[in-house]
Design a protein around this ligand. Structure first.
Ligand SMILES: Nc1nc2c(ncn2[C@@H]2O[C@H](COP(=O)(O)OP(=O)(O)OP(=O)(O)O)[C@@H](O)[C@H]2O)c(=O)[nH]1
Ligand SMILES: [Mg+2]
Length: 291
């Protein structure tokens, strides 16, 4: 049997979480068009005839010196170091720029255990040729796989390459698992995904979700969750709550619907929006949130 941790790395919005969800056969990691959506190492488990691959989603690699971005980058780098294999995802709809080059150069030393996915080939025209040229110049013999995480095209070949590189080992999780996240975390993430929808500029980055408590009700058929969506300013709170509370009600409704599909029971949310000024500068909070 084979077993490996596969670090999923790439620039923000390259499609890492989309790919993770597809290979795990279930929603494990939230997805949005906003860069830097993922803030944690999110493990998703893929079982196949050769054994088990545990994909570890990471925050998009972004060259910024802001406190929160530094934390996100550190998390991605430490995941790289601790995984047997590395899956680097390039978004071919964007021409490779400075940030892509910086990432490529830090991945050079991982070449022996590196597989590269050229993602979003469903979008035409694209910069695939440019990306291939960049990669060919940086690596001796890069293992390149054009694919679409959205449609699944090209995924089989990429998985085969990962299996080939994976070392012998026993599975790390029981075969029925596809993620190891706690219910609190999954609920907080789905709420964050719904709350982020259609938000622009700073607002999606200025929110985080905290689930305060959980309680099973009605003979384990309903999980009740109470929590908060934190933002940095009153104006952001106004946006999230919406006119007459319309937006927060829609967030609750859509999160409850999706959570009801993910869990074997109904989920009822009691959510409030709260202001916590400058939370992104609070080191202790960042340590709890980003890990
Ligand atoms: N057309 C197309 N869009 C894709 C594909 N894969 C992902 N996307 C879209 O790209 C956007 C970002 O996807 P995510 O999976 O959240 O990207 P990510 O790399 O996890 O982003 P961060 O967590 O912010 O680093 C979303 O709008 C996805 O729907 C693909 O294969 N084709
Ligand atoms: Mg992500």
């Amino acid at each position: 049997m084979k077993a490996a941790f596969v670090a999923l790395v790439g620039r923000p919005s390259s499609g890492k979480s989309t790919l993770l969800n597809r290979v795990c056969g279930g929603k494990v990691s939230i997805v949005s068009p906003v860069p830097q959506t993922t803030r944690n190492r999110i493990r998703g488990i893929h079982n196949g005839p050769p054994g088990q691959l545990v994909f570890v989603d990471t925050p998009g690699f972004h060259s910024s010196e802001r406190k929160m971005n530094l934390r996100l980058r550190e998390l991605a780098i430490s995941t790289l170091r601790e995984s047997e294999l590395v899956l680097y995802l390039v978004d071919v709809t964007r021409p490779p720029g400075e940030e892509e080059r910086a990432l490529i150069s830090s991945l050079r030393q991982t070449e022996d255990r590196l597989v590269v996915g050229l993602n979003k080939i469903d979008v035409q025209p694209n910069h695939r040729a440019l990306a291939e040229k960049e990669l060919a110049a940086a690596f001796r013999a890069p293992r390149l796989f054009p694919l679409s995480a959205r449609s699944g095209e090209g995924l089989e070949a990429l998985l085969a390459a990962l299996w080939q590189l994976a070392p012998e080992g026993d599975p790390m999780y029981p075969p029925e698992y596809y993620t190891d996240q706690t219910p609190e975390f999954r609920i907080a993430e789905i709420v964050r995904e719904k709350a982020m929808r259609d938000l622009r500029e700073e607002v999606p980055h200025a929110l985080y979700v905290h689930i305060e408590d959980l309680e099973m009700r009605h003979e384990n058929t309903e999980l009740w969750a109470r929590g908060f969506i934190f933002v940095e300013r009153d104006s952001q709170k106004g946006i999230l709550v919406g006119r007459g509370g319309e937006r927060i009600r829609a967030t609750v409704r859509d999160a409850e619907a999706e959570l009801g599909e993910l869990f074997p029971y109904a989920v009822k949310l009691d959510l409030r929006v709260k202001v916590r000024p400058k939370w992104r500068h609070d080191e202790a909070l960042l340590s709890r949130l980003i890990r």
